[in-house]
Ligand binder design. Structure first.
Ligand code: ZN
Length: 343
């Protein structure tokens, strides 16, 4: 089969479009003919070798996959060839105390399809366990189906499970143009919160408002902290949805309301920041980290997608061969929502 692989860590130039062996399925696995695969920052971290763990090489990235089932293993019962499916990206043992209590991301065997040791969807075929297969929401295209699992799952876990979002909350969504940011805006509105979107351009803010954001702050032209204070009458926000990191992170604590929660899932602008601990205890604030989310929440998200209350946001579609160009666009933040590769 054709696939995009890298044989060494480095820039987008290490990605090679080449022949790779077709995956052989185990009795509990399903073979999916990939129709669309969305990019994530995880793909860039893996390619750069920045995760602090060894990714066996050559490696095929791609965690958000939609396609058609072509073969099933001997003990697969629920899935049949020909079905249009979307892949749930988290793979875990299914037997430990964490998996059985619905906290599969805490499983010691937790992996992400395309992430570390499992080959992903930058290829014509991918294999995944049956338990990771979900039907595509009715009427949804492969491109749109590939554009929601990882980001919506991550954003849902951060806002609902960690920050306990509720109707009266004011939520600041940082990096509102990113995949997780555009998901967070929609989820926060679904729960009735008031959303302040922050992004680096007016064009992105207009799109954020199109998704339901109540206010927008352009952090290249405006003073982010002063604007949040003005919009909240100096009270601050209840939840900060963070995925940017760097210098802005330490300032954000200053605009947390009393009892505020800062949830983060990324550090695309830098991973070191200082914290003034006094602000944390004086404001009774919390800082929490989220990584993916429980498989069960993806079922809830699919339900909302079927109802049309949440929508995947696709910015652009690239042919598989142009994966390097797509990753460059992601690195330069030239996107709103998701970039998707099609076969
Ligand atoms: Zn487990």
């Amino acid at each position: 089969m054709k696939a995009i692989r890298f044989h060494e860590y480095g820039g987008p130039e290490v990605l090679r479009y080449e022949d790779a062996p077709e995956p052989a399925i185990a009795p509990h696995e399903v073979l999916v003919k990939v129709k669309a695969c969305a990019l994530n920052h995880l793909d860039l971290w893996c390619r750069k070798g920045m995760l602090g763990i060894t990714v066996p090489l050559p490696h095929i990235s791609g965690s958000d996959i939609a396609g058609e089932v072509t073969a099933v293993g001997s003990i697969v019962t629920r899935i049949t060839p020909g079905q249009r499916v979307v892949v749930s990206p988290g793979v875990s043992c299914g037997q430990c105390i964490h998996c059985l209590s619905g906290r599969d991301t805490a499983c010691r065997a937790y992996e992400i399809v395309g992430g570390y040791r499992i080959d992903g969807g930058y290829a014509e075929y991918v294999k995944v366990p049956e338990v990771n297969i979900l039907p595509i929401p009715e009427g949804m295209s492969f491109e749109h189906a590939a554009a929601f699992p990882l980001t919506f799952l991550t954003a849902w876990n951060m806002l609902v499970n960690l920050a306990h979002i509720k109707r009266s909350d004011e939520v600041l969504v940082m990096g509102a143009g990113s995949g997780v940011g555009s998901a967070a805006i929609q989820i926060a509105k679904l729960f009735g919160a008031r959303v302040i979107a922050a992004a680096g351009s007016d064009e992105k803010l207009d799109k954020a408002k199109g998704l339901g954001a109540d206010h927008g702050i352009n952090y290249t032209g405006q003073d982010l902290i002063a604007e949040v204070r003005r919009l909240t009458a100096k009270r601050g926000v209840d939840i900060i949805f963070e995925n940017v990191g760097g210098a802005v992170f330490e300032k954000l604590i200053l605009v947390l309301a009393i009892g505020g929660r800062l949830v983060t899932c990324g550090a695309t602008a830098g991973h070191l920041a200082q914290t003034d601990i006094r602000y944390l205890f004086m404001r009774q604030a919390s800082i929490m980290g989220g990584f993916m989310g429980p498989k069960s929440d993806l079922l809830r998200i699919v339900q909302e997608m079927t109802r049309g209350t949440l929508k995947p946001v696709v910015d652009r579609v690239f042919p598989l061969q142009d994966a390097a160009e797509a990753q460059r666009a992601m690195e330069d933040r030239r996107l709103f929502g998701k970039l998707v590769l099609v076969m």
